[in-house]
Design a protein around this ligand. Sequence first.
Ligand SMILES: Nc1ncnc2c1ncn2[C@@H]1O[C@H](COP(=O)(O)OP(=O)(O)OP(=O)(O)O)[C@@H](O)[C@H]1O
Ligand SMILES: [Mg+2]
Length: 369
Amino acid sequence: SRGLRGSSAGKPQPSLPLCLCAPAAGMLPAAARPPCDDNLCNVPQAPPSSPSKRGRKENAGRRLLFGEPPAPGSPEKRSETGPSPRHQGQETPRSSEPARLFRQEGSCYQQAKRVLHTAVPDRLPARERETGVITRFLREHVGGERPSSLYISGAPGTGKTACLSRVLQDCEDELARSTTIVLNCMALSSSQAIFPAVAEQLGLPAAAGGAGREVVRKLEKRLTAKGPMVLLVLDEMDQLDSKGQDVLYTVFEWPWLAGSRLVLIGMANALDLTERSLARLQARPGCRPQLLTFPPYTREQLASILQERLKQVPGDPVLDSSAVQFCARKVSAVSGDARKALDVCRRAVELVERDVRSQTVLKPRPGGE
Ligand SMILES: Nc1ncnc2c1ncn2[C@@H]1O[C@H](COP(=O)(O)OP(=O)(O)OP(=O)(O)O)[C@@H](O)[C@H]1O
Ligand SMILES: [Mg+2]
């Protein structure tokens, strides 16, 4: 086995690797979580919860040997920091089979942390439908030169940005004849700043310094002049939703200007951004954006996302599948956020790695598993 083990198969409450026990317990109920528990790991300063931190009963049948075996009956010694107090009254996954820790080659932890990254992955399990919708939209409207707009909504970590980035990369050749502009509206100083930002991307630097209305006029002129299709992707688009400025209207109306060559894709968390803030567009059915919603990931989907990543690490699993299932269950119950699930697992691996590194000789009990 490699590193951590969860419970035996069939247990409803699988055992978790070290850090997952405490933080996951801290997640329930969500309201009781400490404010700094953004990563669902609320014990970052505490020594990692190694098996020796568990109750005597749970540890029965397992012993970690640090050079010399400890004297019979003496408590197991940990490194200088000693065991951290057990979290009372929190839900902790239990197992009839104790967690066991073995000396590891450090590289498996490095690899596990690498594959649990939160950048855009090569494959996006559980997002086949959404990827297909975006790809078809691009083919139909950018490839087919039919201006239009698409609004993508969904809670944080549901894969909106990752899916779109994946599709843009996969369709690079098909999009080669058009101009693609991707802007994250979070980076803008104000909602009005979108206009000079787009102008600059379209090669209108002089307009970038102009007064607000003037920039919009120049932009609209450019977007309706002859030329290749323009694909404008605005991530975190809710940043443009400022009272009384009509920035969202202006942007969503661009595809419908006479002679427009703009295809717009907006992304944000709010499901109802377009209904709420673009009520006027509802009255003009032709101008309404197409909608695509990314639902929160289910437990099964989160587990498959994590497993898909972890299977890229050669050799025995670094995280036992019951630990992955436990993490997926907890995160799906709270948010269905893949970023969070990846963070939890990566943090768990970090804690185990730190724990293992601090131990000089660590091997399974003779005759044990
Ligand atoms: N289906 C998936 N398969 C593999 N990894 C995923 C999947 N969905 C999300 N992730 C991982 O989670 C990360 C965060 O997802 P992403 O940035 O796309 O979320 P988002 O919906 O754009 O969130 P936000 O609303 O906060 O911007 C991705 O970069 C990726 O590493
Ligand atoms: Mg995003």
